[in-house]
Design a protein around this ligand. Structure first.
Ligand SMILES: [Zn+2]
Length: 297
């Protein structure tokens, strides 16, 4: 049987490690950079493929788009070998330095071992050496290549996006939601609907050439990327309307989350633990309640 290549070169010195759910991106400049860290159960595979891509080099820097369990799960695991610094928002740093948050990130990662039918021998531990970056910061890769930092809250309070220059490759994390393999878009305004909409508009204005999404796929070409952002806005507005409607009948966010999960909303490919899906939905209900319902009462 032919071996399927487990990583590709996207453009110049930018690589992607293929994964059905969690592609991870590597920029191999003077600095060797990894964008996000996937889940813990993928750690050993990522490590093995990194060896192929980097040869004798190690990852120097990890950029975290946000603190969620499926972006930070393998962080400390990979750091044990690569000893990298982590660049993240102030809020992500606070979360990753909180033992209770690490426990929770571990719990969801253990859930993923079960979903994948794997035995877990490891646990998520606290990563070290986290340096904060902010809107407008430039992260040098090589003398003529750098990443521009944008604060893009709304998916989470801690969300950052990174734009690789001069190639114009955008790493938005989950700031614009998740696009499934069947191309449906799942909105994810977990911390603030209003900020989420503003962040999508901000990202859309960057005119990226390649959109390196952390789940399922890469979108290439300005027009396709613009279309993706437009649809992401429409889908977010649609879900907002549904939640708004439910909130007129009942303000119990958990009950609405259960109802939405059963009827209209599922994550067929990024098939996280049910608990994580309910947490996400009930967070979106709360955001609509506090931003759009409670204010007019
Ligand atoms: Zn997320």
């Amino acid at each position: 049987m032919a071996r399927i290549k487990n990583f590709s070169n996207i453009i110049n010195n930018v690589f992607v490690i293929h994964d059905t759910m969690f592609p991870v991106y590597i920029i191999r400049g003077q600095k060797k950079i990894l964008v996000d860290c996937s889940i813990l159960s993928k750690g050993p595979r990522i490590e093995e493929i990194l060896e192929n891509i980097l040869q004798d080099d190690k990852i120097n820097t990890v950029l975290l788009t946000h603190s969620h369990y499926d972006h930070t799960g393998a962080c400390a695991y990979l750091q044990a070998t690569h000893n990298f610094e982590i660049l993240a928002s102030q809020r992500t740093r606070e979360i990753l330095q909180n033992p209770k948050a690490i426990e929770f990130i571990d719990k969801l990662n253990q859930g993923f071992f079960r979903i994948l039918g794997q035995d877990s021998k490891t646990h998520v531990t606290m990563p070290e050496n986290i340096v904060t970056v902010h809107e407008g910061d430039k992260i040098p890769v090589s003398p003529s290549q750098w990443l521009q930092v944008y604060e893009t809250p709304g998916h989470s309070r801690c969300s950052l996006s990174f734009l690789l220059q001069p190639e114009n490759i955008l790493f938005p994390g989950d700031a614009a939601g998740i696009i499934e393999k069947d191309r449906t878009i799942k909105p994810l305004f977990l911390s603030s609907y209003t900020q989420y909409i503003a962040s999508i508009k901000k990202l859309s204005g960057l005119d990226a050439e390649i959109l390196a999404l952390p789940h399922n796929m890469i979108i290439k070409g300005r027009k396709k990327i613009q279309a993706f952002f437009r649809r992401a806005l429409v889908e977010a507005q649609k879900l907002k309307d549904k939640i708004f409607h439910e909130l007129q009948i009942n303000t119990d966010s958990n009950a609405i989350a259960e109802k939405l999960l059963a009827k209209e909303y599922s994550f067929p490919t990024v098939d996280g633990p049910r608990e994580a899906q309910l947490i996400n939905l009930s967070a979106m209900v709360k955001s609509i309640y506090f931003e759009l319902v409670k204010t007019v009462e």
